[in-house]
Design a protein around this ligand. Structure first.
Ligand SMILES: NC(=O)c1ccc[n+]([C@@H]2O[C@H](COP(=O)([O-])OP(=O)(O)OC[C@H]3O[C@@H](n4cnc5c(N)ncnc54)[C@H](O)[C@@H]3O)[C@@H](O)[C@H]2O)c1
Ligand SMILES: [Zn+2]
Length: 819
């Protein structure tokens, strides 16, 4: 490489690394794996040492990757919070050990091994036994003060009691989100239709930097500590320090171990390679540290890392699997995401069956063919990804994957906009997942606030033709009887190409046997997914024999199933059985197969088919059929739904307007528009000039509003909503004015207030004739400065010359006494 080439490459690497650091530390997201990131950094370090003339003082090789955020106060660290050197190989680890031995000029040292916890570093400062400050690592020299957020973490000691507690000390450790909590949050987010958090580390980092500590408190963060600092600590080794902080009540992970040699360290690394997946949090390696403090001092530091410690990182595990098929998921906004279905492989402590493929470009980049053998890897992300195709094992005559060109949900031709990676289904009006998205938006807490209709229920109502748009919800009021017994989960059904209804194998086997638990059957099937259906059923008979519950009867029942599947000749769908065959086995005494087959062509659930057949069936068979059904709508649920729908009719106009889901009309805009125009009629006929006049309305918004009202279907739906009694006008004196004290004033509150919660201050300002504004601008009359007002906001306000007043002064203006 010439010096010129090296210079160019160093520049390029610097830019890339800075970009990834910014994403990782500021935006809590990643575009590449840690492994790839570390490779870039390693290449930079290598080039800079070969061509030291191009080493810049602010090169990412010389700095810790993070920075401060400006939203918090900053504090200097007593001693710098450093990064760690890292390696992925045993050889490099041995080389590290050689450097230590050389640095000390002997081999008389110990290592202290800990897991490398994948969270965010934190420094806690204690004075006279009291926690006075919690600071993020920031740029290593100074960090964000996030004490309020950290206080919400339950097992962080706020007071240290005991003898000989030093007046001043600091402990450092890692804040993390336990994987269980993370899964719980994501399950909730999924149910609410919010974007999923990518991984626990990013989630923890984002949470630590939140402005509202009450939200932080709800996310059960946890922490492990691994460092003690201070002048009067009186310990000589890391081990003693760890024992001491344990005694003081700090949470220390019980995974550490002292090792006499690098050989023992290697054994520790091996011992944890798999076992670490049983820990409650993500770990990505092992940190080994020279135990003795004097020896540490002898070894010293480089600009960015200590010479007495290193991180050994486990390479993301990869495993070979085979592509079975690709599922194309349609999101609530119509975006298409391909997902690879794989033959199950064991990877990083879990069984992997699916991997994300992102978009058509990714499939092309991989060069994926049907049935290809692929390598899957589980890195920091929860969803594993395909890293490469094993071309040597490609099946003869395998065709390249053809990306779909029609929506799998509604059949509309897909579109792809210039410069966008994803395909879209443009059928926003009747594509089921998009309808779902719209209805969920309408029901949202901040719109119509109907909370008795979860995602599953809405999906069911859409799938079964009860709702297509928000107005249909109000028609449900007259259909309560029909909803009783309606089956919910559609995942257990499929339709053959001819339209015959199929039911999941699990459910079918459950209903056709007695005394076997559904969970046991699921587990059996999971372990036998690799076999063809006939063999699965034969194996299932063995499984019944082993379970030894009503053996003869159950084995016989499965035998009859095998026989009739052969005779009936319905097409095969993996892991599903034709409903007519299954039902016939249960109710064959009452009705013939053909009749059931005919009913199952028209209907989408067992419930509907049984209604249609209208048979006089008895207790036991009825119970068997119940075992086939999915969860159903019950009376209690239906009456909750009805009362939610009814009470939503009193939601004020601004909420209704927000709920309509006009593009670019968020909650705030809806409020502004509602207050300005007072009614939907006025808004509908407003001219461009009249719209632009409104504070915060720009060209894009004008276009969206015009587009919305130009659509006849929207107008019809609004008419229907009106006829159901929803509010399309502002009801004046909704809030009785308490006073006119704030008449004509524009007010913003920032930071934590003592007398008001977040929403209360808004109501209070408005109830006294003022207008509450949500961002800093010159138009403000003043800002109420709460505790911990963000320094950047404050600076901005001062620059604009906006007056800041305290909460007390504000209350005095209104003649109120402060508490
Ligand atoms: N994928 C990306 O785009 C991207 C971007 C930037 C950084 N990264 C990754 O982030 C890391 C960057 O390095 P870094 O400087 O943040 O951390 P690091 O890997 O250099 O290690 C230092 C950090 O390890 C943590 N740690 C966990 N357990 C510890 C223990 N037992 N003892 C001591 N420290 C422990 C501490 O928070 C400490 O600050 C690398 O792993 C890198 O791959 C990835
Ligand atoms: Zn569609």
């Amino acid at each position: 490489m010439t010096a010129e080439q090296a210079q160019a490459r160093i520049k390029e690497l610097t830019q890339q690394i800075n970009h990834h650091n910014h994403l990782y530390y500021q935006e809590d997201r990643t575009e590449i794996s840690d492994f790839d990131f570390d490779k870039l950094l390693e290449e930079l370090v290598r080039l800079e040492s070969e061509f030291p003339e191009y080493l810049e003082a602010d090169s990412p090789s010389q700095r810790v990757g993070g920075t401060i955020t400006k939203e918090f106060e900053t504090a200097l660290h007593g001693s710098r919070m450093l990064s760690l050197g890292n390696t992925y190989s045993d050889e490099e680890l041995l080389a590290f050990d050689e450097r230590v031995a050389k640095g000390l000029e002997h081999r008389n040292y110990e290592y202290f091994c800990e897991m490398k916890f994948d969270g965010v570093a934190i420094s806690l400062v204690y004075e006279n036994g009291k926690l006075i400050r919690a600071v993020t690592r920031g740029d290593g020299t100074k960090g964000d003060v996030v004490t309020e957020n950290i206080r919400t973490i339950r097992n962080i000691p706020l007071h240290i009691k005991g003898d000989n507690i030093p007046d001043f000390f600091e402990v450092r450790g890692e804040i993390f989100l336990p994987r269980k909590e993370f899964d719980k949050i994501n399950a909730e987010r999924e149910a609410a239709g919010d974007a999923l958090l990518a991984n626990p580390r990013n989630a923890a980092s984002g949470t630590v930097k939140m402005q509202d500590s009450s939200i932080v408190a709800k996310r059960r963060l946890n922490c492990y500590f691994y460092q003690l600092l201070g002048d009067e600590i009186g310990v000589d080794t890391h081990e003693e320090a760890i024992k001491l902080i344990e005694k003081w009540g700090f949470n220390v992970s019980q995974t550490y171990s002292k090792c006499d040699s690098i050989k023992e360290v290697l054994a520790y690394i091996e011992a944890w390679r798999e076992k670490r997946f049983e820990l409650p949090l993500d770990t990505d390696g092992v940190v080994l540290k020279v135990n003795n403090y004097d020896q540490r001092e002898e070894l010293g530091f480089t600009a960015k890392i200590p010479r007495w410690a290193i991180a050994y990182k486990y390479k993301a595990e990869s495993a070979e699997s085979r592509l079975l098929s690709i599922t194309y998921q349609v999101g609530r906004t119509g975006a298409i995401t391909p997902v690879a279905n794989l033959s199950p492989v064991h990877l990083a402590g879990t069984t992997v069956k699916r991997a994300s493929l992102h978009n058509a470009n990714e499939i092309e980049r991989l060069g994926l063919h049907e049935g290809d053998a692929v390598l899957v890897e589980k890195g920091g992300e929860i969803i594993p990804k395909i890293t490469e195709v094993v071309e040597d094992s490609r099946l003869d005559g395998a065709k390249p994957i053809q990306y779909i060109d029609h929506c799998p949900e509604c059949g509309t031709a897909l579109e792809r906009k210039e410069g966008e990676a994803k395909h879209f289904c443009p059928n926003t009006k009747s594509c089921p997942p998009q309808v779902l998205g719209k209805i969920e938006h309408f029901l949202h807490k901040r719109a119509m606030d109907i909370d008795s209709l979860g995602t599953e229920r809405i999906r069911t109502l859409i799938d079964q033709g009860y709702i297509k748009d928000p107005a249909d919800l109000y028609d449900l009021e007259s259909k309560a009887d029909e909803l009783l017994g309606l089956e919910m989960s559609q995942d257990q059904y499929q339709k053959s190409d001819e339209g015959i209804l199929y039911i999941s194998l699990t459910k079918a086997l459950f209903a056709l046997t007695e005394g076997l638990a559904l969970s046991a059957i699921s587990k059996f099937l999971e372990q036998n997914t690799a076999f063809p259906l006939e063999e699965v059923l034969v194996r299932f008979q063995d499984f019944i024999r082993k379970a030894n519950k009503k053996t003869a009867q159950n084995v016989g029942s499965i035998q009859r199933l095998i026989d009739s599947l052969g005779q009936a000749g319905f097409p095969k769908i993996e892991e599903f059985l034709p409903v007519p065959v299954v039902l016939y086995q249960l109710i064959g005494n009452y009705v013939d197969l053909e009749k059931i087959a005919k009913a199952s062509l028209k209907e989408n659930t067992i419930h509907r088919i049984m209604l249609k057949l209208n048979l006089p069936i008895s207790g036991e068979i009825e119970d068997r059929i119940k075992k086939l059904k999915a969860n159903t709508f019950q009376e209690g649920v239906i009456s909750n739904m009805m009362s939610g729908i009814k009470s939503s009719k009193t939601q004020p106009f601004e909420k209704v307007l927000f709920g309509l889901g006009i593009r670019n009309v968020g909650e705030n805009t809806a409020q502004i528009l509602a207050r300005h125009f007072k009614s939907l009629e006025n808004l509908k006929v407003a001219t461009t000039e009249q719209l632009i006049e409104v504070n915060g309305v720009g060209d894009t918004l004008v276009t969206s509003i015009f587009d919305y009202f130009a659509d006849e279907e929207n107008l019809r739906m609004i008419e229907r909503l009106k006829s159901h009694g929803l509010n399309f006008e502002v009801i004046e004196d909704e809030k009785e004015l308490q006073s006119n004290a704030l008449d004509g004033m524009k007010i913003l509150a920032s930071g934590k207030l003592n007398n008001f919660k977040r929403d209360e201050i808004i109501d209070f300002v408005e109830a006294n004739g003022g207008q509450y504004v949500k961002s800093v601008s010159k138009a403000l009359s003043f800002i109420i400065e709460g505790e911990d007002m963000g320094p950047s906001k404050k600076e901005k306000a001062q620059k604009m010359g906006v007056k800041l007043i305290s909460e007390e002064e504000f209350l005095k203006m209104l003649g109120k006494n402060t508490a």
